[in-house]
Design a protein around this ligand. Structure first.
Ligand SMILES: N[C@@H](CCC(=O)N[C@@H](CS)C(=O)NCC(=O)O)C(=O)O
Length: 235
């Protein structure tokens, strides 16, 4: 590695507020591998800065002359390009099972968390992102953010049902991946870090085994994920 790795990392109005679940996957994967990275604060409307990837979403990792996007592609790249560093997936079938966890998180867990926390996101965004965020998310949900917020209790109830297999797993073992965290933990944790940093709503009861695992993930890698403060309560 000649030049330092660079990561375009979604930020709020306060550039220290890094809240993207998908970027947190990559942050934790880099920490797991002990790879230093310069994180560059990026706002939703700064599409030009990542135009070299031919798309408009982060994480985007710049490794030498390669511009990589999509958190899963980045994880596979890191695993293949840095074989002397700790594995993200462990031995077979770790890679294949992590892919399942990746897809479950993106396709089931994120949408369930989004219905709870997205109404809180405009408040933490840079002003230049607010109108874009509102119109793109209202189009995606087919309703206003206010109407989404009004359904919060039902959304929390639905999320609790989605979390049932994660809860029973973490009641039986300390990490999603077993005794220590691997990439599957980074992926699932990204969703909780997202909620923690953008919304004051508590997703989990204090005695929930998932809450204990979230604390272990906040402590992991020298407390990297604790470097971002939780969202403040509005009242
Ligand atoms: N499949 C992609 C999803 C990336 C993604 O959705 N990123 C969000 C931030 S968490 C984003 O950049 N959104 C830009 C936008 O909505 O315009 C990955 O895993 O990296």
């Amino acid at each position: 590695m000649n030049q330092p790795l660079r990561l375009f990392d979604l930020a709020g109005a306060d550039e220290r507020l890094r809240f993207s679940p998908n970027c947190w996957r990559t942050r934790l994967a880099l920490a797991h591998k002990g790879l230093p990275v310069d994180t560059l604060p990026w706002r939703f409307t700064e599409k030009q800065a990542i135009a070299a990837t031919g798309q408009g979403k982060v994480p985007v990792l710049v490794d030498g002359d390669r511009w990589l996007h999509d958190s899963w592609t980045i994880a596979e790249h890191l695993e293949q390009a840095y074989p002397q560093t700790p594995s993200l997936f462990g031995p077979a079938p770790g890679h294949a099972l992590a892919r399942f966890v990746n897809q479950w998180t993106s396709e089931t867990l994120h949408p369930a968390v989004a219905r709870v926390v997205v109404p809180d996101i405009p408040a933490i965004l840079h002003e230049k992102d607010r109108a874009y965020f509102r119109s793109s998310r209202e189009a995606a949900f087919g309703q206003t953010l206010e109407s989404l917020a009004a359904q919060r209790e039902a959304s929390l109830e639905a999320l609790r049902r989605v979390l049932a297999p994660l809860r029973s797993t973490l009641a039986a073992q300390p990490f999603v991946s077993g005794d220590t965290p691997y990439y599957a933990d980074h992926v699932v944790f990204g969703a909780f870090q997202w909620a923690r940093t953008v919304s004051p709503v508590a997703l989990l009861a204090a005695d929930d085994p998932i809450a204990a695992w979230v604390e272990r993930m906040l402590d992991a890698y020298g407390g990297l994920a604790r470097t971002v403060a939780p969202a403040a309560c509005a009242d």
